[in-house]
Every structure is written in C-alpha cells, then in structure tokens.
Design a protein around this ligand. Sequence first.
Ligand SMILES: Cc1ncc(COP(=O)(O)O)c(C=O)c1O
Length: 400
Amino acid sequence: MAFLSDSLARVKPSPTVAMTGKAAELKAAGRDIISLSAGEPDFDTPQNIKEAGARAITEGRTKYTTVDGIAELKQAICDKFARENGLSYTQAQISVSSGGKQVLFNAFMATLNPGDEVIIPTPYWVSYPDMVLIGGGTPVFVQGNPEMGYKITPEALEAAITPQTKWFLFNSPSNPSGAGYTRAELKALTDVLMRHPHVWVMTDDMYEHLVFDGFEFCTPAEVEPALYDRTLTVNGVSKAYAMTGWRIGYAGGPVELITAMRKMQSQSTSNPCTISQWAAVEALNGPQDYIRDSREAFHRRRDLVVAGLNACPGITCPTPEGAFYVYPSIKDCIGKTSAQGTKITDDETFCTALLEETGVATVFGAAFGLSPNFRISYATSDTVLTEACNRIKRFCEGLR
Ligand SMILES: Cc1ncc(COP(=O)(O)O)c(C=O)c1O
C-alpha cells in the first residue's frame, strides 16, 4: 500500500522552487541578490487596519467564529460588492476563507468530479492547474495572445469549451502578465459563455484595485448580469490593502455553491483567523486612501520597469494594465550565449544565467505556462528597480 496519496502525485513540484533555492544559495555565499520574484506589495499594512486587529485582541475577539465569516465582515463584503462592482449579494451568498487561495481551493474541491474540465488562460497564476488536479479535474489551457498583451480571444475560448467544461477561470488584471481586460474584451468572452449555459465562471479579481492609466476594472457578473447565477466572484484583502499575511479572502456567488464551500471549510480549517476578520472589516469599511497611494506608486514603477526592459536588446515588454507584474518576452534572446558562456535555450536557462551572472532573481515563464518569457514583480523600490534594469540590460548586451 502506497503511503503517499494519489492526489499528491498529481501535483507538480513548484518550478519556482529551484530558482528561489538558487537565489538563497547565492545570497548565503555573500552575493548581492536583487529579488524581483515576490508576489506581495512591499508596503506595510495601513495603520488603521493594524489597529483594528490590535483592538480585536485587546477586546477579546479571539475565539472561533462561524465557519465562513462573521456577519460584520460578510456585510462589509456585500457593501463592497455593491459599491465597487454593482453586484448585489446577501450575506448568505458570501464566503470568507484564509486567503483568496483557500476560496478558490474550496470552490474546486466542492465542485470537481473526475473528467470535469477547467479552462485556464495562459500565462496563469501557478496554483490554478494544481488546485484543479488535486480536485481530480483536468486543466484545459487556452493560450494568451502576445499581440494582445497575453489576453485570450473569444475564438480561443469557444474552441476550448467541451461538454465536460465545468469552469472558466478568469483573472484580470492577471498574475503574471498584468493584463487587464477592457469591458468590451470581457463582454466578448461573456458572449461566448452565454452560448454555453453549462459552463460556470470563477473570476479571480484579486488585483482589482491595481489598475493604471484610467483603466476601468470590470468583472464578469457585472458585465453580463445573466451570468450572475453561475459566477463565483473571488476577491480578497491581500493585494488591495497590503494584508498578505493576514490571510483573508472572500467570494460572492450562488447560495448552493457558497453552502458547499462552507461545508468543505468546516471540515478543514474552520473559520479564518478571527483577528484578521476584524481587521478586514476595517479595511473594507474604513478610509480607502491606501488604495490610491499604492496605485500611484505601482503605476510609476510599472512605467520605470517597462521602459527599462524595452531598452534591453532582445527583450520585448508589453505595457500591462494592472497588478504589479510585467511579463516580457525573450524570444529574441533564444539561441544566444551569455557573457559567461551559458547557451540560452529557453526561459529557464535565461533566468538561471541572469541570476548567476547579475544577481537578479526573476521567475521563468514556463512556471506560468507560457514561454519564452519571464515575470518580474515590481513591488520594490524605484532604486532597486533601476539597478535591476541596468543589470538586465548589461546581461542582454553581453549575449552573443
Ligand atoms: C492571481 C492570484 N490569485 C489569488 C492569490 C492568493 O491570494 P491570497 O493571499 O488572498 O491567498 C494570489 C496571490 O499571489 C494571486 O496572485
């Protein structure tokens, strides 16, 4: 009898682990490493939110709560969906979990059966395919179009739908490409979904507030209200309020699905951290200045990084609409040899050589299912980003 489970065998080891390990090794050996691989804002959680968490502790709000969230937080989430997304949910339609990651996980575990397909646009956030595989489903990839900033076309979505399709997983702005779908682009996708009533929509709106140049964020159930009854709208406070460590994510959706997700959570983690729930109430109901300030900083950094990368020979970097990532192509570097003699055969060899020769740690595109590219997180200071771009430029100029 095997000790380890079959579902574990379906999970691939993270392709980013080797890169992270290599960066740590070089750092320990005294090398000056710039890490551009973090998936979290470099800002501190706003003071009013921290104080709400501290208050919850001193006032003794430190016990179990109802499984999928306190009424106060659910109401704050209903108000947020109504205010910012034009979506009307009741508290019974809201689920709160330990991060957006658990929300997505619960939804897949509660709905997937063997043979069910989940359509995932590439490049994708690394956890999506593995969550689907753990749940016994089959990921079906639809390739993003480099000419469209790595967004997918309605034709490609249509072609991927089969009678087995259970979910279409949508993420805008995207991790890792930063691509944000305009209302017209999203409507073209929802029009396809309207022709396939058996397909449900899971939308991961985690980067909703990080959009630039006046880009208007929109979400499927708002763009096509007829999809409301088969859409799970997922969001969270991690990226919007620099609260990654507090672990609060949430979703709005049909009662039957939300109830099934609660059942799943009730037998695994129970309620998300009580203190964090009270902090999240403050995040959603309190002053929203942090969102504006962080958006301005990320906008400036995006422009800095896009310009810096496009000045590197062999790199083409689209200007993404949002998030805090860029996803440049290194197509024109493939086949070349680095200054220290590494043959660049794919994005993994590019990122490894870049790390070893310049100390800049990034994540190669194969980890996100679309190559030859790499991801840079620009959630770090302007000074560090400028230095990183200079090093990348020198590396590219050295390719022969
Ligand atoms: C696209 C996307 N969805 C979900 C998450 C998970 O966020 P949380 O910290 O709320 O679990 C992340 C975190 O990196 C993400 O990039």
